[in-house]
Design a protein around this ligand. Sequence first.
Ligand code: HPA
Ligand code: ZN
Length: 324
Amino acid sequence: MQNLIEKMPKAELHLHIEGTLEPELMFDLAKRNGLSLPYDSVDDIRAAYDFQDLQSFLDVYYQGMAVLQTEQDFFDLTFHYLQRCADQNIVYVEMFFDPQAHLSRGIAFETVLKGIIRAMQQAKTDLQVESQLILSILRHLDEDDGLKALDLAIAYQDYIVGIGLDSSERNNPPEKFRSLYQKARQAGFRLVAHAGEEGDASYVRGAVEVLRVERIDHGNNALQDMKLVAKLREMQMPLTLCPLSNLKLKVVEKVSEHPLLKMMNLGLKVTVNSDDPAYFDGYLVENFTAVQEAFQLKPNQLIELAKNSFEASFLPQERKAHYL
Ligand code: HPA
Ligand code: ZN
């Protein structure tokens, strides 16, 4: 079973590139940039990754990013992650990045984008790992701040496939970004949004009906509303589930309480993803292993999850067909 999980070609659709910053690289970059960290050692950092909820994680995640300063830093971050993909037979990935979290620290958009793109190009030729970028809007900031990021995405649209929505969910409902999503849709971006991780089912409904997304990131709390579930099934709306993230952020108490299997049995189109693997104790293989062990998934169910990851991707149809 482990062999199947490792060897089958997989796509990852819910991955924050800033969430792949391993403590070792955080130390290296801090040193290179002459910054001091509020930690004494790598072990010290790992011990601090004891989260109570989404916000307690986000506080540490935004603080960790402070070491990312130069184009080379963003290259190193991204290339390290894409090397992990090669090791785990992840052949295709759609990565989120959070430009507002860098702009607010005085890091230019071009610095971030150039470093990430150069790593993506090198990984494609050297590692045969393909990737596309989704610019994620920070929902705890106001829509005007997000619109500035969207304008940058439009200026660099050749390099960015989609627009997403992340950060603190509660009290920042999808409706807050109605105009931004309308503008993004008119510009031709593919649309996704985090919803139903800590927000209730109405956040998932709002993302689908008001933002008109093509994919929901997380979506756990959709199960509170069976009419919504019927609609998601009807639409075959993909949900990018993140089991170990949900465990670390106490969205679920145990992997066995994760809604993945229930959703599969309800006929929903679900995928397995790692979210912020450096912070949540596992990359994609470890997420697959956790749900396989918790639910005793059969080989055909593992293969279905991997196929879903390609089907739900923004690859052109003829490229998807290769993996289905
Ligand atoms: N949820 C919301 N925002 C995020 C996450 C997440 O899991 N990871 C990085 N930003
Ligand atoms: Zn996420």
